[in-house]
Design a protein around this ligand. Structure first.
Ligand code: WTA
Length: 651
């Protein structure tokens, strides 16, 4: 064994880039110098170099009405042309864009020329269905090439996509359709997950029944799972009957750089998910820049694989927009890491000769639990760079990833960013930065961050404070769909013109940044954002529940886990023989209402909740309990004996 995992908590090793890696690296230290000398000029150069503009921009940033930024505002481009047509025009039509691998083992290679054709066909069908510029299209698909096609077809005609993760429930889908007033849903009959077909179209049918807006006119259905579905006459159409038959001739139109590209819903501190809005030119610039430089992309020889689902921001920026804008060849995998066997991912790395792998710490920790013999059964020598995203990566997992998956000498980049930031904000640059396990390290060139105390003073040293972004950046969110006030309140009210990220962070003596987790009521479970308030309202909606409190408790594998404390209604208590049955019922209920990712790890049935005199629930004490710690200071509780009673009930 080469690494002492037990000692890795005190990991203080630094890893210099190897001279061979540095010699071929895309990034170099002059990027930092150029950005420091002229930040806006730097981004303007990146936008011109990385993208094709139909009309060049003359204005780089308009920040005259903060926090509403405009980047490259008078420029015009077509995002889909940037991801597809221009590569074909440059003679790269035969390059594989997607090595698609279905969970059961079926596979399909899609070249840039084929993907371009398919997007043109889909764009024609969308137009025939009456979808025009600014219209919203909900996409609810498994990880199949059609998901990429659907997103790019929207971009091509100036429609706005709202991708909803296939694991979300009918209720969640309905509320997202209603909030965005979507007029078309693109879905599939079903997809493969954990060896079974999970139905999607029936969930869409249910969502459309529940939807209050009645805005959806058409549903396009891709055949994938071959499960039985019903098509509603006049509303529902098979993808293969429409897109499959459509013309592959389509003249793209150029749109303004600030034309809306997509809405993506994410959890906030209230019960209602926020529709984060991203636009075209700035978003694509930063997605392409970071994808090239942070992953050291050499498009002519790399095989890149980001394991995220397109239902999350990582899938938007680092499966669809960044890699395709850069002309990369990538793997797209439909299923779960352990189906049909626990070495599935490593088998895929070997099969396609993956060179760059981008995944989440929670996945790395589950592989650590299974042991190194599983990855070691496969040839992983093609890998030359590893990335991590979604939550802090603990030094043990970082070291394991580098040694067991990466063979001990290749760079690991820990990338910090958010749905709101659109693209990577803090990360090492491989070949340039010395690597430090556990730290996301430094802001990328052209991005400025700081750490502040609650009252806005700069914090240096070990204590830590709140992470802020001090200058506007190209891929920043442009707002919350339909709610400009919430946009201002959530991110900009606390520190004036600085963006408040909601994460705690500290800076070490070298100036490297360590992320410390969320400082608000947002939980991070397996790298997915969940809101305590959203799960509490779901629990309270169940007839059993009188009151509920939810906390994120630290969990060895998933980072955090959802733990709920529920008081049952007095009228129900007499009918429930066993509290374990009630807990199980409530766990299922949350999974049904929101989606399986939100299912609580535990639901404790209690008689009381710890409250202050003003009636505020003290979640901090519940978290102590859920994490098995000594319960902290209870003196501000209205009734100080409550925690003793709850502790007894929980044990
Ligand atoms: C967390 C995912 C530490 C953070 C791209 C952030 C991280 C939230 C990291 C955003 C990282 C993401 N180190 N924490 N490298 N990456 N986070 O919107 O709390 O799904 O605020 O975007 O994930 O989650 P989101």
């Amino acid at each position: 064994m080469t690494v002492q995992i037990d000692h890795a908590l005190e990991e203080i090793r630094r890893f210099r880039p190897s001279p061979e890696f540095a010699a071929q690296a895309v990034a170099d230290k002059h990027l930092y110098e150029a950005a420091a000398a002229d930040r806006l000029g730097f981004w303007a150069d990146q936008a011109r170099e990385l993208l094709q503009w139909e009309k060049p921009f003359t204005s780089t940033l308009d920040w005259s009405n903060p926090p509403f930024a405009k980047w490259f505002d008078d420029g015009e481009l077509n995002v889909a042309v940037n991801c597809l047509d221009r590569h074909v025009a440059a003679g790269l039509g035969d390059r594989v864009a997607l090595h698609w691998e279905g969970e059961p083992g079926d596979s399909r290679d899609v070249t840039y020329a084929e993907l371009t054709d398919e997007v043109k066909r889909a764009a024609n069908v969308l137009t025939e269905l009456g979808i025009g510029e600014h219209d919203r299209v909900a996409i609810y698909l498994p990880m199949i090439p059609e998901a990429v096609v659907a997103m790019l077809a929207c971009a091509r005609i100036g429609a706005v996509h709202s991708v909803v993760f296939g694991g979300f429930s009918a209720d969640s889908l309905a509320s997202r359709i209603d909030d965005a007033e979507a007029s078309l849903v693109i879905t599939a009959d079903g997809g493969y997950r954990k060896g079974k077909v999970f139905p999607l179209k029936p969930v869409v049918d249910e969502a459309l029944q529940k939807s209050e807006g009645d805005t959806v006119r058409n549903v396009l259905v891709v055949r994938r799972g071959e499960n039985d579905v019903e098509l509603v006459d006049g509303r529902d159409h098979w993808w293969h009957d429409t897109v499959g038959q459509a013309s592959n001739e389509h003249e793209p139109k150029a749109f303004g750089a600030e034309h809306p590209l997509f809405i993506l819903y994410t959890s906030g501190t209230t019960g209602k998910p926020k529709g984060i809005l991203h636009t075209s030119g700035g978003y694509l610039t930063q997605a392409a820049f970071t994808h090239r430089n942070v992953f050291d992309l050499h498009p002519e020889r790399d095989v890149y694989w980001c394991t995220a689902d397109v239902g999350w921001i990582t899938g938007h920026s680092y499966v669809v927009y960044g890699p395709l804008a850069n002309g990369a060849t990538q793997v797209l995998y439909e299923g779960t890491p352990d189906t049909p066997h626990p070495g599935r991912w490593w088998e895929i790395v070997e099969k396609y000769g993956v060179t760059i792998l981008y995944t989440a710490p929670t996945a790395i920790r589950s592989f650590m639990k299974l042991g190194r013999q599983i990855p070691h059964e496969f040839n992983l020598r093609s890998l030359r760079l590893l990335g991590s995203v979604g939550e802090p990566i603990n030094p043990e997992a970082w070291i394991w990833y580098r040694h067991v998956i990466g063979g001990g000498s290749i760079p690991v980049v820990d990338t910090w960013w958010q749905t709101e930031t659109g693209a990577i904000m803090i990360s090492a640059l491989p070949g340039v930065t010395d690597l430090k396990p556990g730290s996301a390290q430094v802001a990328i060139p052209g991005v400025s961050v700081d750490i502040l105390s609650d009252d806005g003073e700069r914090v240096d040293g070990e204590g830590g404070g709140l992470l802020v972004i001090t200058e506007p950046w190209p891929s920043m969110l442009r707002g919350i769909w339909g709610d400009p006030e919430r946009f201002k309140e959530t991110y900009w009210e606390k520190f004036g013109d600085k963006y408040f990220a909601g994460d705690g962070a500290r800076r070490d003596e070298d100036g490297d940044i360590w992320l410390l987790g969320r400082v608000d009521d947002v939980m991070n479970v397996s790298g997915h954002r969940l809101s305590t308030a959203e799960i509490e309202s779901s629990l309270v909606a169940h007839p059993y529940t009188a009151e509920a409190a939810v906390v994120g408790a630290s969990d060895e594998t998933t980072g955090q886990a959802v733990v709920a404390f529920v008081i049952l209604k007095a009228s129900q208590v007499s009918h429930i023989d066993d509290p374990a049955i009630a807990s199980e019922e409530l766990r299922k209920h949350v999974a049904m209402q929101i989606g399986a990712i939100a299912r609580p790890r535990q639901v404790f049935i209690v008689n009381e909740l710890p409250k202050t005199r003003s009636g505020k629930i003290m979640r901090r004490l519940l978290r102590d309990l859920a994490e098995g710690r000594q319960v902290g200071d209870t003196t501000t509780l209205a009734d100080t004996s409550v925690m003793t009673a709850i502790t007894r009930q929980v044990q």
